[in-house]
Design a protein around this ligand. Sequence first.
Ligand SMILES: C[S@@+](CC[C@H](N)C(=O)[O-])C[C@H]1O[C@@H](n2cnc3c(N)ncnc32)[C@H](O)[C@@H]1O
Length: 239
Amino acid sequence: MIYAVGIGPGKREGMTGEALEAIKKSDVIVGYKTYIDFIKELIKDKEVISNGMKQEVDRVKKAVEISKTGRTVALISSGDAGVYGMAGLVLEYSDGEDVKIISGVTASTAAAAVLGAPLMHDFCHISLSDLLTSLDLIYKRINLASEGDFIICIYNPRSKGRPDYLKKAFEIMKNHKSGTTPVGIVKNAGRENQEIRVCTIDTIDYEYVDMLSIVIVGNSSTYVKDNKIITKRGYDKKY
Ligand SMILES: C[S@@+](CC[C@H](N)C(=O)[O-])C[C@H]1O[C@@H](n2cnc3c(N)ncnc32)[C@H](O)[C@@H]1O
């Protein structure tokens, strides 16, 4: 059996019971070392195989290999295993093994909860990482999602190698969204060192944003009340 486990944002309280159970049942834990650190208290008695970024395919092959020896493997992702995580790869590379995907709390909903209620209407996830997706397609999606008045959750918003993509994405959003649209930035959502900033499309400080952050940009019904971001669902017009 291979479990593709989403461990949530980081703290044990943010994990589902199902994720805890899958880890408990596993003999071997395979994952990116930063995420393995989040669960180190839970896996003291397990064999652990961890490696670095950009080694996702190696990790999956290793998990499949181990499961062929009859041992149960947990392949760890942060957040939800099926949102920019390992779930897809393990299904692609498995070869008759039993695979179970264990969902988790993804960064967007973890961040939304601490910002208020920004995802009350149609929203989308867009990653600004162009490692596996062309930048042209990423910007096209930013443009069309803005034109469609989606709330946009931006994953992988800014790194040392890509310092300017977020600014460019905001310039594109301004074609369709007002400069006063509320924006929430959450760094390390659901972890000990969580930080929150609420600003607007016009006032965002790009330098503050890093790879440990998620950026949520509202739609035309999003507003701020008592420093909480709220997207109206439309009840006031209906009733
Ligand atoms: C490769 S994606 C992994 C997403 C993960 N599978 C999930 O469902 O949350 C990594 C990006 O997710 C976002 N992210 C993941 N965990 C986060 C957290 N606790 N706080 C803020 N952003 C987070 C960041 O934008 C980061 O660059």
